[in-house]
Design a protein around this ligand. Structure first.
Ligand SMILES: Cc1cc2nc3c(=O)[nH]c(=O)nc-3n(C[C@H](O)[C@H](O)[C@H](O)COP(=O)(O)O)c2cc1C
Length: 419
């Protein structure tokens, strides 16, 4: 095996050691059963991913509340009754001696109408995206307190199930990211206003999760470098949040960017107006921002978005620009190549770029293609690279509608014990 930085271990502040520097970043699976529980499909998917040899697998976002979904197929960590199924998922996810962490989230206003016509958000600001999202209701103090308890309960359930860590999702325009942005957070109480107030919910949740899981359990945060929207959460504000995180007990900080209104996390390509010239020359989207984070904060740093080549990954790790390399789509398109990539035998992972040629459909096509492949994998099937971009662009709408209808007929229930 080629000696490389990507194969080096990393010890986290909580004392846990990752066996190498490659991370499968979160990808929502959309395959829960009607009770929002994981299925044998999760076990199939995660056992294969564990076999890739990556040091850390981060699950797709799971929800703290089944009424506020990112997808109708989300697993919701709100019911102790599902513990046996969670245990089986966790076992599959750490099958190969890697870490497997649960990404915990609340969708806020980014929940589609099929699942929820009255979403909650920091303020009643509607998402600007074709027709699928309802105007949210501004959260009350009681709603906010319930969110804090929800994150901690989910983290507790993850730990009880045998997952080896958690990641708090505060990126991509979901609820905690909505609190950070001045566009979506127009509150005038102590949860809104300056960046310290907008970051208060994230910090409160981190502290409560840490209290519940104890000092030796990995806790990570996924944060936007920016929303890439005029008037939104900026790089400077993100760096302010990074400084706030530095005073907390965090084991890993993952940087990404964008929201549903600008899906910078997976549509940043050569044509994107948001990509700086220096970034275009290098394959990873958020690498310039990583340097700024590194200069002010010692928390181990994971960057996700665009990494594809072995030499580049090793170069940035060797230079100390980051501590871990995150990849998502290559774990779908190049799943079988990843063991060879880690050995230096596969120099480059090529992901499919899904483009319809119709600007308004590009993000739906990209998301739909990958969502469909994940569902195939969960059934033990192989990649279907031939799925047409137009079919990809409509796939998710029909999938969400189908899952939402199926669940409407299943009684909403929550059975969580005392924390
Ligand atoms: C199908 C799919 C689902 C995703 N789901 C999530 C998610 O649940 N949580 C999250 O933080 N990011 C999610 N992402 C974003 C990825 O974690 C990652 O940031 C993005 O794909 C860029 O990395 P890549 O260029 O290596 O694919 C998803 C991406 C894809 C393609």
């Amino acid at each position: 095996m080629k000696k490389s930085s990507i194969n080096q271990k990393l010890r986290l502040p909580c004392g846990v050691t990752l066996k190498n520097r490659l991370v499968k970043s979160a990808m929502t699976e959309r395959i829960s059963n009607r009770n929002f529980e994981p299925t044998s499909g999760h076990e199939t998917l995660y056992k294969e991913w564990s076999n890739t040899g990556a040091g850390l697998l981060i699950t797709g976002n799971v929800m703290i509340d089944r009424k506020h979904l990112e997808s109708a197929g989300n697993v919701c960590f709100d019911d102790v009754g599902m513990l046996p199924k969670l245990i089986r998922w966790a076992e599959a996810g750490k099958y190969n001696g890697n870490q497997c962490w649960v990404q915990i989230s609340h969708a806020g206003r980014q929940t589609n109408k099929f699942s929820n016509t009255r979403p909650l958000a920091p303020s009643a600001v509607k998402l600007h995206k074709i027709g699928l999202f309802s105007k949210p209701k501004a959260m009350t103090e009681a709603d906010i307190q319930q969110i804090i308890r929800g994150f901690s309960r989910a983290a507790q359930l993850a730990k009880e199930a045998g997952f080896t860590g958690v990641q708090i999702h505060s990126a991509h325009g979901y609820l905690l990211s909505q609190f950070l942005s001045p566009i979506t957070n127009q509150r005038i109480d102590h949860w809104g206003g300056n960046i310290k107030n907008r970051g208060r919910l994230l910090i409160t949740i981190i502290r409560d999760v840490r209290r519940i899981v104890g000092p030796s359990f990995p806790v990570s945060v996924k944060l936007n470098s920016s929303d890439f929207q005029r008037g939104g959460f900026t790089e400077d504000e993100s760096l302010e949040v990074v400084k706030m995180l530095d005073s907390e007990q965090i084991d890993l900080l993952e940087i990404s960017g964008g929201t549903y209104e600008n899906v910078a996390f997976f549509l940043m390509n050569e044509d994107s107006v948001h990509v700086k010239e220096s970034t275009k020359k290098r394959e990873a989207y958020f690498i310039d921002f990583a340097k700024k984070v590194k200069s002010i904060c010692p928390i181990p740093l994971l960057i996700t978005g665009g990494f594809r080549s072995y030499d580049f990954c090793n170069e940035v790790l060797q230079n100390g620009e980051l501590d871990l390399v995150g990849m998502a789509r290559p774990f779908i398109t190049n799943r079988e190549d990843i063991p060879g990539f880690l050995k230096g035998q596969v120099p480059h992972l090529n992901n499919n770029v899904i483009r319809t040629g119709i600007k308004q459909l590009e993000d739906a096509a990209e998301a739909g293609f990958y969502a469909k492949q994940l569902i195939r994998f969960s059934k033990g099937k192989l990649l279907n690279p031939k799925m047409s971009p137009l079919r990809s662009s409509t796939f998710l709408v029909f999938h969400e509608l189908k899952m939402a209808l199926a669940k409407k007929f299943t009684k909403l229930r929550g059975n969580y014990g005392q924390c």
